[in-house]
Design a protein around this ligand. Structure first.
Ligand code: FES
Ligand code: FES
Length: 160
């Protein structure tokens, strides 16, 4: 049976009428039109669907929307600042850290969460934080360099 579920997405309040067990990923993509998060495996194996829930990287494919109730969700659509890309988006472009781009939004959200919590991670900490996200194109080295570069660019603290 449908329920009314309220939560915040990228700083805006939303209330959706939906089955509570529906994946958050489907609600974001289909009901709210936020198609940046991707469906990859649907079983917490790839990270393509990563969004932040109360600041923590979360696989939205296996998260029932009911879990988002009264929580704060962030997606790739919300991290730029007006027309200005987020530092992690910038460095992914600078380092060429993508090929097909399917994993990219999930990678960027995982990196944003890491850098907020740990502004100056070493390579091992970056590897550890990103290891739940898979890139089928094998751009891992470039991704790690992009995250390292974003940490340096933001000089010890992301504003967002
Ligand atoms: S689609 Fe969610 S972990 Fe792969
Ligand atoms: S760039 Fe293609 S899956 Fe990562």
């Amino acid at each position: 049976m449908e329920q009314s579920i309220s939560f915040s997405v990228n700083g805006k309040s939303h209330t959706v009428a939906t089955e509570p067990h529906r994946p958050l990923l489907d609600v974001l993509r289909e009901d709210l039109g936020l198609a940046g998060c991707k469906f990859g495996c649907g079983e917490r194996q790839c990270g393509a669907c990563t969004v932040l829930m109360n600041g923590r990287p979360t696989f939205s494919c296996v998260t029932p929307v009911s879990r988002a109730k009264d929580r704060k969700i962030e997606t790739i659509e919300g991290i730029s600042d007006g027309g200005k890309l987020h530092p992690v988006q910038e460095t992914f472009l600078t380092e060429g850290a993508l090929q097909c781009g399917y994993c990219t939004t999930g990678m960027i959200m995982a990196a944003v969460a890491l850098l907020r919590e740990k502004p100056r991670p070493d390579m091992e900490e970056i590897r550890e934080a990103m290891n739940r996200n898979i890139c089928r194109c094998g751009t891992y080295l470039r991704i790690m360099r992009a995250v390292e570069r974003a940490a340096k660019a933001s000089d010890g603290g992301l504003s967002k």
